[in-house]
Design a binder for this molecule. Structure first.
Ligand code: HEC
Length: 410
């Protein structure tokens, strides 16, 4: 059933495409509104209930925007809502989590040197952590500490650092970073779904019924929106990080994650201050650069990589190691791939195994069978630029190996 491997790869691509597009739409509109909000000016001639206004120019026209802090006196005929940007980002992101990390749990989610759990247990931990994260966050915001903006932020930072550490104790480094992103993004989407939009709906209902809306509803939504604002950049970092092993697969990955959250604050602070026309706090860029340098340095501190090597392939992959083509495949990989894909690569300019992929042992090759098939059998993405002169016959061998191994067991 090699068709399945190919369809799976395309499904992953399609969902990733969707996820990136929806995320751009969500983050774009969120950045736009934060900047708009901070840039509003108060004037005398504003209509009753209006709090500030701004003039903007874009795409050949001028826009005159006014903000009503609680609500306008009468309901406008048409209201544009901003919610599907957020929901569709979460839904497509969750679909990707299922495709890449739950579908490929034995390789991408579970690292038996970190914690020896079954794929099912790991998936259960993953789902539970995302749900509990929101419950805990929401309780903290609604507790008495929630009234103190900075106290709450510091406490939430502590929770995020604890999660960064916790995830690295359970999953592969790659999955740990991805989960930290998903944990944070779930809080952000849930803020929209459970607080921001429902509060807004109550305000709208009050307006229609002729009641004066409670300003507390708006204030609560504003607090959640502020958190979302500071969390956006770290989430994007974590989502992209799975292409950069120095970030997720080095000894101090969880401390790196903790520093990334701080960079989210230092960068956003510059934009928030500038958009509010309160000066340009250049020091935030210096702080960001120092944090980034610290992260780069931390990634070089040596790690007892993944402990001793597994000699035997994990049960999920034995069919690839026991296949009749395997010896020839291993031979091909030794001549065409391992100069780069080794714990200590010998290829000029490659200091670490690319994307953390090592193909030296039987177990490693068997576990990566599907990726090898896609990268070097069905496509010629690897070796890059065919630098090691892989032949067409060798690619056919890799395809035959994968296709016969998956065929055998179905
Ligand atoms: C010249 C060095 C080099 C050689 C030789 C090489 N690779 Fe790679 N490989 C890389 C680099 C660099 C990357 C990271 C590419 C990226 O991040 O887009 C990579 C990534 C990969 C990945 C992970 C792809 C992903 O998206 O995570 C796989 C699997 C892989 N290579 C398999 C192979 C196989 C199989 C061979 C031999 C047929 C091979 N490579 C030969 C340099 C090499």
């Amino acid at each position: 059933m090699y068709e399945f491997a190919i369809a799976w790869e395309w499904l992953a691509f399609a969902v990733r495409w969707l996820h990136v597009v929806t995320a751009i739409a969500w983050i774009g509109s969120s950045f736009y509104f934060v900047a708009l909000d901070l840039g509003l000016t108060k004037r005398d001639h504003l209509p009753p209930g209006a709090h500030g206004e701004e003039w903007q120019v874009h795409g050949g026209g001028f826009y005159h925007i006014q903000k009503y802090l609680v609500a306008p006196e009468r309901m406008p005929e048409h209201l544009t809502w901003f919610k599907w940007e957020s929901y569709s980002t979460w839904l497509s992101g969750f679909a990707m989590l299922c495709i890449v990390y739950y579908g490929g749990a034995d390789l991408f989610l579970v690292d038996r040197h970190v914690l020896d759990v079954s794929a099912t247990t790991a998936i259960a931990i993953s789902l539970a952590s995302l749900a509990l994260g929101w419950v805990l966050y929401d309780l903290l915001c609604k507790s008495p500490i929630g009234k103190n903006t900075w106290g709450l932020m510091i406490l939430l930072y502590g929770v995020l650092v604890a999660m960064a550490w916790g995830y690295t104790q359970v999953f592969t480094g790659r999955a740990a970073f991805l989960h930290l992103g998903a944990f944070t993004a779930t809080i952000m989407s849930a803020n929209v779904f459970f607080i921001i939009i429902p509060n807004q709906k109550i305000v709208v209902a009050d307006l229609i019924a002729g009641r004066t809306p409670d300003p507390k509803l708006g204030a609560q939504a504003k607090q959640r929106s502020l958190h979302n604002n500071y969390l956006t950049l770290p989430v994007i970092f974590f989502m992209l990080s799975n292409h950069y092993p120095l970030a997720f697969a080095t000894a101090f990955n969880w401390i790196i994650a903790a520093l990334v959250f701080l960079m989210g604050v230092t960068i956003r602070h510059w934009f928030n201050t500038t958009h509010a026309r309160k000066g340009k706090p250049t020091w935030t860029w210096l702080a960001t650069a120092l944090l980034f340098i610290l992260i780069m340095w931390l990634s070089t501190v040596p790690k007892l990589l993944t402990g001793e090597e597994r000699a035997e392939a994990a049960p999920a992959f034995t069919r690839f190691a026991e296949n009749a083509h395997f010896p020839a495949v291993k031979e091909t990989i030794s001549t065409r791939c391992i100069m780069c894909h080794a714990a200590e690569p010998v290829f000029d300019g490659i200091a670490r195994p690319p994307n953390g992929v090592t193909l030296e042992s039987k177990a490693e090759i068997a576990a990566r069978a599907r990726e090898i098939y896609i990268q070097a059998g069905r496509s010629h993405a690897m070796p890059p630029g065919n630098v090691t002169d892989m032949t067409a016959d060798e690619r056919r061998l890799i395809s035959a190996w994968f296709e016969s191994a998956v065929g055998e067991t179905r």
